[in-house]
Design a binder for this molecule. Structure first.
Ligand code: 5AD
Ligand code: SF4
Length: 481
């Protein structure tokens, strides 16, 4: 048990040692403090989270917002709030630069609002050089934490309130998984679910294994229990999240394959759709392909990062597959699940990439015909093996290749989008159409967006929609009664 003195109450009692009780305790302590400030100021204290990067961060931000709201903050709609949190990404260098840039702006806001607190978390905080720089040159930041202790936000906030000093808490690995804390889902009917953390692949350009630590899978029982709870609260679609879901469960005792996990999730009554992200091609099993083919719930969409179409570059990237193996895998998937939509990630300008290598990438893009692709310019990440490689590609060449790739990808994607026009498809209705009053927006199983006239009671429901027209990346449709 830990006894602490605090400025706003001399005797704060004893915080429990067990979780989640400990965090619930700190949530209620923070709530007392926030209520006091609210009374003094005569207005609610507001909070705002800005999320950078991937789905994992987006999911963490829902948990962080859940904690802040439970602690008594109201959600604000801009950085002009009393508690501003940046959940950062560090996959590419420019994401880091953006955070430093925006911190200058936050500092100017803090000078105007003495009640403001600034917190930073996420992958960028797992880099020791970043924390050093913040400690030295950004003293106005109040709380810094990483990717492994998101659940501790209330405790860290409490520490900050009591100590009035910058609070820094970074762990280098995932020590524990704390369940049953509040979460504020962006959508009531769909949710991310972490199935594993970390990555063991060490692709030579990628910083993720250094900042997210080694792979660690949650047990199937814990995952199923969480999803059952979500379904009870109205969720019909889950996105199973992991850096490399295809190696799920390898280190569990006894081991469980990702395909086996999907079979178990499929049996959950009331759940309609299952998505997952991200798959590494080298670990995608035939067992998984057959589960996808047989399943009624697993969506017709697979995100299968290619990174490069050149076997020579793939080897330097430490991806552990060749161009031919990737294409064969795509063929096996398409044979088993003909209506599948494939999307990918591609990096251009990896060190040593020649025009011929780039042509190989374009060749794969044309052969696979992706429904969409995230295209990235290679970013040198200090500490990764690729950062020390010779033959970094000159910027103007990379730019040219990037533009060519983007045009090719977009042209194919818009041709693909017409595939289902004039058919009736099942759509999960997500929200009001932001452009058109009286219209709704939803998604097909293959993840394509559909807009159609409809009313708000449809949100979260699966409806049949006739797809009247394809417009590049989305459809316009009509509800079928
Ligand atoms: N430079 C550019 N893109 C990168 N990615 C990962 N590391 C880098 C890097 N150093 C891309 C990969 C990955 C996606 C999430 O980000 O394509 O799949
Ligand atoms: Fe990075 Fe490769 Fe792991 Fe993906 S699989 S997170 S690209 S190291």
């Amino acid at each position: 048990m830990q006894n602490r003195k605090c400025v706003f109450q001399t005797d704060i009692g004893n915080a429990p040692d067990t979780e989640p009780e400990r965090q619930q305790y700190f949530i209620s302590r923070c709530r007392e403090w926030i209520q006091e400030r609210t009374g003094e100021l005569g207005r609610p204290l507001t909070c705002y989270i800005s999320t950078f990067g991937c789905q994992m961060n987006a999911h963490d931000s829902e948990k962080l917002m859940g904690i802040l709201l439970a602690a008594g903050f109201e959600e604000g709609n801009s950085e002009e709030s009393d508690f501003v949190l940046y959940n950062t990404c560090t996959v590419r260098e420019n994401a880091n630069q953006r955070v430093y840039g925006r911190l200058g702006y936050l500092h100017s806001l803090k000078k105007k609002n003495p009640h403001m607190m600034i917190a930073l978390c996420g992958c960028m905080m797992q880099e020791p050089e970043v924390v050093e720089k913040l400690k030295k040159s950004y003293r106005f930041v109040d709380i810094i934490f990483g990717t492994h202790n998101v659940y501790k936000l209330a405790e860290l906030l409490f520490d900050r309130i009591c100590s009035r000093k910058m609070v820094i808490d970074i762990w280098d690995e995932n020590r524990r998984i704390v369940e049953d804390l509040p979460s504020e889902r962006k959508y009531s009917f769909k949710s991310g679910v972490n199935i594993m953390f970390g990555c063991n692949n060490f692709c030579s350009y990628c910083i993720v294994p250094y900042v997210r630590g080694r792979e660690r899978s949650r047990t199937p029982d814990d995952i199923i229990r969480e999803i059952e709870g979500l379904v009870r609260s109205g969720v019909v679609e889950v996105m199973l999240l992991g850096q490399n879901v295809n190696s799920y469960g390898k280190n569990l005792d006894p081991p469980v394959s990702f395909a086996e996990l999907l079979r178990r999730v499929e049996k959950i009554e009331g759940l309609s759709r299952i998505r997952f992200m991200t798959s590494h091609p080298k670990d995608l099993s035939d067992e998984l392909i057959s589960v996808m083919a047989e399943s009624k719930k697993v969506c017709r969409h697979l995100h299968l990062p290619l990174q490069s179409g050149s076997s020579r570059i793939l080897e330097r990237m430490n991806r552990r597959y060749t161009k031919e193996q990737y294409l064969q895998l795509v063929e096996r998937i398409r044979h088993a699940v003909p209506d599948i939509s494939l999307t990918t990630d591609i990096i251009v300008g990896f060190p040593g990439e020649t025009d011929e290598d780039f042509e190989e990438t374009l060749d794969v893009v044309k052969k696979v015909r992706y429904d969409s692709a995230f295209t990235f310019i290679y970013s040198k990440r200090t500490g990764t093996p690729a950062a020390a490689m010779e033959n970094q590609v000159p910027e103007e060449i990379v730019r040219k290749r990037f533009d060519t790739l983007l045009n090719t990808v977009q042209e194919i994607a818009s041709q693909n989008c017409g595939r289902d026009v004039h058919t009736v498809q099942e759509v999960l209705v997500e929200e009001r159409d932001v452009q058109e009053d009286g219209w709704m927006t939803g998604r097909l199983s293959n993840n394509t967006i559909v807009h159609f006239p409809g009313s708000e009671e449809l949100v979260g429901k699966l409806v049949n929609v006739y797809l009247d027209e394809a417009r590049g990346f989305y459809y316009m449709g009509t509800l079928v009664k």
